[in-house]
Write a protein that binds this ligand. Structure first.
Ligand code: DC
Length: 237
């Protein structure tokens, strides 16, 4: 999103109420919960960019390709159309017009999403879509590279962190609630290998932007995190 330095007062007015808010951090820090709550408080769109990587991974698995085969994955992209229909607080994700929303949060798709997200062609392909959704502002965008790459001029940037054990417990609870079985240790190991991959990839790795505010969510409930964020955002509204 282009931001001019010399905006007139009418443009400032308009911009003031349509902020781009970037939230980044590793899996299990509570990003989605907090981003959804914040978007609903502000009456903004909630942009879950992880869902786009998940949808791409879902399509790769469905096509029978190996998510780690960068060439094969890149060759699939031109035949793919991913659409995100945003409603307040929820999104429907379509891959070639098929609604895959309910199939994106399995451990298999989580792991494949992390693998395909390290492929430069995939990141380049998803970049315009994310920017297009965010271009009008009034959006809470959540992911790994919102503040560093997708929306480097976001009005407010947050980077969430939490103790690895707390993150594993949270993610495990989510999976159990969604009907998946599996031990906590397995979730913990999945999370840790996904993090290492997300942080160490060569392109747009998971990292805080220099101007991001860090919030540790280990011992703070989602509503309190949103309160902390609102205190920062209020000054910009
Ligand atoms: O946020 P999530 O768990 O739904 O994301 C799934 C994977 O997608 C994550 O392991 C890394 C990748 N991802 C990314 O690389 N960049 C983003 N902006 C969002 C997600």
């Amino acid at each position: 999103m282009m931001r001019g330095h010399d905006v007139g007062s009418a443009a400032k007015e308009q911009r003031a109420s349509r902020l781009v808010i970037a939230i980044d951090g590793p899996a299990g820090v509570g990003k989605s919960t907090v981003a959804k709550l914040l978007a609903s408080r502000l009456n903004y769109l909630y942009l879950d960019t992880g869902a786009l990587y998940r949808a791409t991974a879902w399509a790769v698995i469905e096509s029978g390709r190996d998510p780690a085969d960068a060439k094969a994955v890149a060759a699939l992209l031109p035949s793919l159309s991913i659409q995100m229909q945003l409603h307040h607080g929820a999104a429907t994700v379509l891959v070639n017009s098929r609604d895959v929303t309910g199939e994106l949060r399995t451990p298999e798709v989580s792991s494949a999403a992390s693998v395909v997200s390290a492929i430069p062609a995939v990141r380049a392909w998803l970049l315009p879509l994310q920017r297009q959704i965010g271009q009008g502002g009034a959006v809470v965008a959540e992911g790994r590279d919102m503040g560093t790459t997708v929306f480097p001029s976001a009005d407010v940037k947050f980077f969430l962190e939490a103790d690895p054990n707390v993150r594993a417990q949270r993610r495990h609870r989510e999976l159990v609630t969604a009907g998946h079985s599996g031990a906590l240790e397995e979730t913990s190991a999945d999370l840790s290998s996904r993090d290492t991959r997300d942080r160490s990839r060569s392109i747009a790795p998971l990292a805080p932007a220099e101007d991001a505010r860090h919030i540790d969510t280990s011992n703070v409930c989602a509503a309190e995190v949103v309160d902390q964020m609102m205190a920062v955002i209020a000054a910009k509204l």
